[in-house]
Design a protein around this ligand. Structure first.
Ligand code: NAP
Length: 307
């Protein structure tokens, strides 16, 4: 039986791994479908303290992982499909049937990108519809593309895409951005970015080529429909937490985020850190901070068990 199992290898999970490994608790870290988490799909991280020149997101998490391994954290690949918290021993089932038993669990499984939810979007997923400009942006050189959203992610995606695309249409449902002023200013003054205010995507067009060829846009104030030619649409409209295996077991808010108090969940020995319990800040540094808190709480809890 393990002392600590950590789900997730973003900044929250890896910080929890560094702390619990340094406390000699030999954590097992479960690495899912996206090792490194959302930071691996971002561009330069400019706001993580200690890196005045900025740092590539993937490099940042790889360095955290190296640090955790150096102190003895063990990494296994797998998806958590089920959990049993009915006894003192916490049990997790992984996709290949493996069952892990542990005294404590730190859930740092993060969140994933949301899509608009229209049929044509679903149909063209991976054929021009994406939620990751860093992953797919370079495929669209010298052609027009679109980004949907008005938060920091949309700003970041739009700015990144200007490196490749001939033009970036930014589609936002209101007439002001939710993004931070510095990011919004960079976007509004960028010569390659055209902003469509008060606008939503009515249909992703493929003109029977089975790949994106344009968008039909709807002005939400006037109802007017227009079409723009684009070869890709990047959804950047927020995230949803990866909490499905814990439905009915752990207290969640209406959006599915785990409810925590100083990283403690409603089950003794189960802690949560990072985006999976934070619909508000969602920063690498806050995720790392709560990862540290969860590790210290797990250590304290193990101490109370006399283990
Ligand atoms: P967000 O701040 O929640 O913004 C989501 C945007 O998508 C909003 O503008 C929202 O419109 C729009 N939206 C939501 N659902 C929609 C729908 N169904 N159709 C059309 N538009 C929709 O999400 P985010 O941009 O991913 O950012 C999340 C957090 O991460 C924020 O705290 C952000 O500051 C942070 N972040 C920081 C950085 C950075 O500092 N470098 C980079 C990325 C993200 P409304 O505005 O009308 O609600």
């Amino acid at each position: 039986m393990e002392k600590v199992v950590i789900i997730g290898t973003g900044p929250a999970g890896l910080t929890a791994a560094i702390y619990t490994a340094r406390a000699n608790l030999k954590p097992v870290v479960i690495e899912g479908m996206q090792p490194g988490g959302q930071l691996t799909t971002t561009t330069d991280v400019e706001n993580f303290p200690g890196f005045p020149e900025g740092m590539d997101g993937t490099t940042l998490v790889m360095k955290m992982r190296e640090q955790a391994e150096r102190f003895g954290a063990r990494f296994i690949r797998g998806e958590v499909t089920g959990a049993d918290f009915s006894g003192k021993v916490l049990k997790l089932t992984l996709d290949e049937g493996q069952v892990l038993e542990s005294s404590t669990l730190i859930i740092a499984s993060g969140a994933r990108a949301k899509y608009i939810g229209i049929e044509s979007e679903e149909k063209l997923m991976g054929r021009g519809v994406s939620a990751c400009a860093t992953c797919d942006g370079a495929l669209y050189r010298d052609v027009p593309v679109a980004v949907v959203g008005g938060g920091d992610t949309a700003m970041e995606e739009a700015l990144f895409l200007t490196r490749f695309a001939s033009k970036v249409s930014l589609i936002h449902r209101r007439n002001e951005f939710r993004a931070s002023k510095i990011m919004a200013d960079r976007v509004t003054t960028h010569p390659k970015i055209e902003i469509h205010w008060d606008t939503v995507v009515d249909e992703v067009l493929d003109v029977s080529r089975n790949e994106v060829t344009g968008l039909r846009l709807k002005n939400v104030k006037t109802g007017a429909l227009t079409e723009i030619p684009v070869m890709a649409m990047f959804a950047a409209i927020g995230h949803e937490p990866n909490t499905r295996p814990f439905k009915g077991l752990l207290t969640m808010n209406e959006a599915g985020y785990l409810v925590t108090n100083h990283t403690l969940t409603n089950v003794a020995g189960v802690f949560a850190a990072g985006d999976v319990q934070d619909p508000h800040y969602r920063q690498a540094i806050t995720a790392a901070g709560t990862g540290c808190m969860a590790a210290l709480e797990a250590e304290r809890y193990l101490g109370s068990l006399g283990g």
